[in-house]
Design a protein around this ligand. Structure first.
Ligand SMILES: [Zn+2]
Length: 468
């Protein structure tokens, strides 16, 4: 069929990603939008990308046509800029030279999270014609985080729902090119053109075109075969003569979409599972077509208010973070496995030295153990008549001090050094075993066994040595 834009009568051919490239979409289509409409809808793609950036960074999703995942940049409580990819958090790279307003030839001092990050940044500047040279480097400082970083996850607002609507229409056009051009969808298309930052458009917001769906996506569709897969369902219902869509991001955040009335349609549904972690097509999709529209899509059955009241929105996100956490744990085991292999073959240092190298590299994890051990004891004694001072003591085991180069108080630094020694000892024992287990090593860094060592060897003695 002629490649005509679904929004107007101009020729289509803008070659847009059906699922946004930034979210790991690997497919494009030339037959949906004209250049004007594709560019105009770029704001919807940007809205989706911005809203899901943090989750994509946690999962290390590689945007299409990029070498690696995009990091999530956020501010800590002091306004410092941090960047996160996977479970790795570091000082964010400085902005590009153009934005720094530096004169050619000027000497400036910049902070980087790592040498690798500096090299990467320098390459990027070179592409823009800036030759940056490092004259000297200051002291390398390891910053520790005394408390867990709180990052606000906010998906919502009219812009976000509208962007979900855009995604639904694009998918519908991909699989139902004829129906996507029917006049019945005009109201929905007009809705996508609104700009809710303008007051006159804000008033035109129509409820029940796109809504949050609180149901577990596994119960609505079948289980997504991809670990952090997205689901998109588009179709036409012969019973109601309407076109619908259902979208689930990461099998956690779900939406229903009513695209509008369609004429002379037979019942039909296309269900697409998308793997944002897939390297390339064709392994990125699992598509199933059927001639019944078998899922229920209606705002009444999936009210957001009810979702919040019942706590299912929170449950959905907790489920996501639990899954991501388990996956990070597995990745950590693989990382340690590699390090053990490198150490054993050829055995370059003795176990004690290797253990110390590990403890140095993962010192933030040892600090987390210290934090867990002291808050664990605090909780354990919460209902007892222990002197108040003991609770204060526990609270001060891990304490930040921003005047210190690594962000920790002098006492915490001292406890951390002791804790590192204890974990190194436990590691040394494991490494001396016949077959050192990467999983047991990971548990010493990030699990119950590690917390137990720190509780017994560091935190309990602090309490026991306390004198009134
Ligand atoms: Zn157009």
């Amino acid at each position: 069929m002629a490649k005509i834009c679904i929004m107007c009568n101009e020729a289509a051919g803008s070659h847009e990603h059906v699922f946004p490239a930034a979210l790991g979409g690997r497919r494009t289509n030339k037959g949906i939008y004209c250049t004007t409409h594709n560019n105009g809808f770029g704001r919807h793609v940007a809205a989706l990308q911005n809203q899901l950036l943090m989750l994509n960074a946690i999962l290390m999703v590689r945007p299409d046509r990029h070498d690696g995942p995009k990091s999530f940049v956020f501010s800590d409580k002091d306004g410092g800029s941090l960047s996160m990819v996977g479970q790795n958090i570091q000082t964010a790279a400085p902005p590009p030279i153009e934005d720094l307003a530096i004169e050619p030839g000027a000497k400036v001092s910049l902070e980087f999270g790592s040498i690798e990050q500096y090299e990467h940044w320098r390459e990027a500047q070179k592409k823009n014609g800036w030759d940056v040279r490092a004259l000297s480097s200051g002291e390398i400082q390891r910053h520790h985080f005394a408390s867990p970083l709180k990052v606000q996850l906010a998906f919502g607002g009219k812009d976000a729902l509208q962007a979900v609507g855009y995604l639904a229409l694009t998918f519908f056009a991909q699989y139902f090119p004829v129906e996507a051009r029917q006049r019945g969808l005009d109201d929905f298309k007009d809705f996508l053109k609104l700009d809710f930052s303008k007051a006159e458009d804000e008033r035109k917001w129509t409820p029940n075109l796109v809504w949050w769906d609180g149901r577990d996506s596994e119960h609505v569709v079948s289980k997504n075969p991809f670990k952090f897969g997205h689901t998109v369902v588009v179709g036409t219902s012969g019973a109601s003569n309407r076109a619908y869509a259902y979208i689930s991001f990461f099998s956690s955040m779900n939406f229903g979409i009513d695209l509008g009335p369609v004429e002379n349609v037979s019942e039909s549904m296309v269900r697409v599972f998308i793997d944002p972690k897939a390297e390339k097509a064709p392994n990125d999709l699992d598509v199933m077509r059927s001639n019944t529209f078998s899922i229920e899509v209606a705002p009444e059955i999936s009210d957001l208010g009810e979702m919040i009241r019942s706590g299912s929105a929170q449950t959905a996100m907790s489920r996501f973070f639990a899954k991501a956490g388990a996956w990070h744990f597995d990745l950590f085991i693989e990382e340690i496995q590699d390090k053990i292999r490198g150490w054993e073959n050829p055995r370059s240092t003795e176990g004690g030295n290797f253990a110390e190298t590990l403890v140095e590299k993962y010192s933030q994890r040892v600090l987390n153990l210290l934090s867990e051990a002291s808050s664990g004891l605090r909780e354990h004694f919460a209902d007892t008549e222990l002197p108040k001072q003991l609770f204060t003591l526990l609270d001060n085991v891990v304490k930040s001090d921003d005047s210190q180069p690594n962000g920790l108080s002098a006492a915490t630094n001292a406890f951390l050094e002791l804790a590192k020694k204890e974990i190194a000892n436990a590691l040394k024992e494991e490494l001396g075993a016949q077959n050192p287990s990467a999983e047991r090593i990971v548990l010493l860094f990030a699990g119950g066994p590690g917390v137990a060592v720190i509780t017994e060897k560091i935190v309990l003695p602090i309490l026991l040595n306390w004198r009134r």
